[in-house]
Write a protein that binds this ligand. Sequence first.
Ligand code: UDX
Ligand code: ADP
Length: 486
Amino acid sequence: MSDIDITGVKIDGLKVACIGAGYVGGPTMAVIAMKCPTVTVTVLDISEERIAAWNDEDLDNLPVYEPGLAAVVAETRGRNLFFSTDVEGAVAAADIVFVSVNTPTKLHGVGKGRAADVKNLEACARTIARVSSSNKIIVEKSTVPIKTAETIRRVLEANKRPGCEFSVLSNPEFLAEGTAVDDLFEPSRVLIGGEDKPAGRTAVAQLAAVYNNWVARERIITTNLWSSELSKLVANAFLAQRISSINSISALCERTGADVSEVARAVGSDHRIGPNFLKASLGFGGSCFQKDILNLVYLAERFGLPEVAAYWEQVIAMNEWQKRRFAEGMVSSMFNSVSGKRIALLGFAFKKDTADVRETAAAYVSKFLLEERAHLRVYDPKVRLPAMLSELDYTCGVTPENCPDLATRFVSCASALEACDGADALAVMTEWDEFASIDFEAAFAAMRKPAFVFDGRNVLDHAKLRAIGFQVYVIGKPTSPSATVM
Ligand code: UDX
Ligand code: ADP
């Protein structure tokens, strides 16, 4: 499938619809609309609230925060980019329908806790088949288990109107939150998988031509459907594996006196290894890594490959251990008890430059410290209290019912200094740039002594903090001999 010729393929006047106006669908469609002004793009969702937010005149209220996104929406919205809840109408009129709905890990039944739940995708396929009276290209954009395209194809085939043909493509998203717009402007690659038969090849060429309006042809990789679907899972598994690898070494650094940043630099300078994704942290989060690896593990088990499943499962086990190790280190450093102590958590998002909290390590650390009866004061530049509480509940099972005094022991603050007021410790959960310029002298003055710093992201100036008087603990760095765990 590497020989698809797109010369002469026209995109002018194409109508594109996208079902799912989330972190992936919203930014991706906004950039397609910007880069392809002759294409009409309609982004659809069942959530009226979400669509209203995308249509809000105040661009600060867009449902997804991404640097650069507001400018793209400002340029395109109302010109050739539209947000609507009229799923049926827009799908019926479209030539290409992207499906970009959420596929969370199953919470029940076969594959519970591992397999991705594709019920939203199936629902979309049924809607598309029901309302379509013209041929369409259906593009699977959600992260899905391998062979999902086959599921979609079969649902479409079984329900389509006579004379109506569908080609199903896989076009996985590789954008990272916080850099989504840049990643879309200049993707490392665009991957398009399709069926190796004439209609499939024509559909691949059509979608490739859309991307080719701003992406060089050699960066558009065309494959068969299964390779495309599997590549998405494998790319995320490889990235996560690098983080778990360096995190495992961070523990060894703390015991031996090596410095994990120095080790990462020395190791990453080998061009065969490369420098990226070697930052030790308190653990990776985000909606993709854990889910995609669990998916890979489930697939391997289903296809009778327990050794493959066990190999990848270890990437997640190491991540769980790292989160627990960080939280346990905080408690043991603070004289084995944080009961009744105030702890300032700086950052709650799973990484900087996003308000997304899905699977954030901060929620795990919060749960651990709440169980130890600490009082948490959380400051995040972009995340508000309801999102924090919802993630604590959804992923960690912490609710007002099972966590005594949650409302008073988990408080959101308006600034880092407010969070530090009267605290015994501050702990960096997210690597927001602004944390480097906190007035740490003022924070120190307002904190109880000894005042502890736990840098879960390795972003603060540790020598300066020690000079101020803080007890400083950093992932993967030599710490004072009194540190028992960290
Ligand atoms: C990821 C993939 O990068 C992207 O290609 C895919 O489409 C979706 O999943 P995302 O989850 O947005 O993107 O964020 P990413 O930058 O990959 O970070 C994931 C987690 O790993 C974050 O919690 C981040 O803080 C952590 N991380 C990343 C580290 O701990 N160390 C690193 O060196 C890099
Ligand atoms: P992602 O990170 O994959 O983009 P999100 O949860 O941010 O995931 O977005 C997925 C969107 O898909 C949500 O806004 C949700 O309301 C929408 N959605 C889910 N199922 C359907 C459906 N059957 N029809 C329309 N929209 C849907």
